[in-house]
Design a protein around this ligand. Sequence first.
Ligand SMILES: [Zn+2]
Length: 389
Amino acid sequence: MQAINWKTTARDGNARTGVIQTRRSVIETPVFMPVGTLGTVKGERFEWLESEIDARIILGNTYHLWIRPGTDVITVLGGLHRFSGWNRALLTDSGGFQVFSLSELRRIGEEGVEFRSHLDGAKLFMSPEISMDIQAVLGSEIVMAFDECPPGDLGKEEIKTSVDLTVRWAQRSKDRFEELQAGGSDLGRVSFETSDLSGKQALFGIVQGGGHLDLRKESLERTVEIGFDGYAIGGLSVGEEKDVMYGVLGDLAPQMPESEPRYLMGVGTPEDILEAVSHGVDMFDCVLPTRNGRTGGAFTSNGDLNIRNATFRDDPSPLDENCKCSVCRRHSRAYIRHLYTAKEMLGPILISHHNLAYYLGLMADIRTAIREQRFSAFRAEVLAHRSAG
Ligand SMILES: [Zn+2]
């Protein structure tokens, strides 16, 4: 029995809609997964995510939760679902991206990575096995393999070396993952009386290779050979030019297995998501809706705005006149700007909520457009409105 069931429900060109059935929730794709780095989607109560935005899956971050509060606390509390009170699906990243981007690196070896904590400088060691151990304690529905995330400016030979290491780490991730599942270490385990799901965690592999299409293809083939429940594209949106990212997406995504979900990690703007969907990507996550929300940045159907701008001082209109979210139904730009100016905590909360509602609303509209075979026209319309504003 499988950990997740995936089926494609409609196609329009390379774009596709589908349904991922996990042990905790049923997810319609293409899906945007709000980022809950520390077990919290910043500024957003779970009630709002559930009842208003209807997010079926959010992210948790292995590196951050490992360092704080620590796996000892989460083990006592019975896994991340019980610890945080989020009962729908979770996807946890492997911690790799943070180990490579946040911390002071000490040494990358075959075995793993030695580094110092970004919080207190403590010496730590992360490996594929340790990442799998932590993700079993977290008990997420979807576990990510531990990969090396090299900086975007490396030479081709170094990226090839990194791809080789990531493939070996993918195999080790899978071996350890299977031991943990067999040993009952997954704290999020669900027992079904009758279901076609196993109740276990699912494991996704990650394709690397920078901007090199041949290395991407090789990484994909070797990762698929190991065999995972889904496949992710890593190492994009790390400072490379847009045309490099779009080139990789256009070439790689259609080559990824039809029979498993495809996940683009850490991307991106509404424009990036529309591009990736057109090539057949199913899953997305990005910190932009909440990160921008904290500094006054709002995504809208008529383009992005910053509420701190003086032009909104006495503006009675909502953040986005086409948005039906509770913030846009109740509050004016002038009021939200006032909250920011007065440094009231509600300001960032309101914009973060609107931004998440905008992103998840966009995904729902994308799914409808694909089902109705009008994705290209829909995309052109969204882009035109956003750039005109
Ligand atoms: Zn809104």
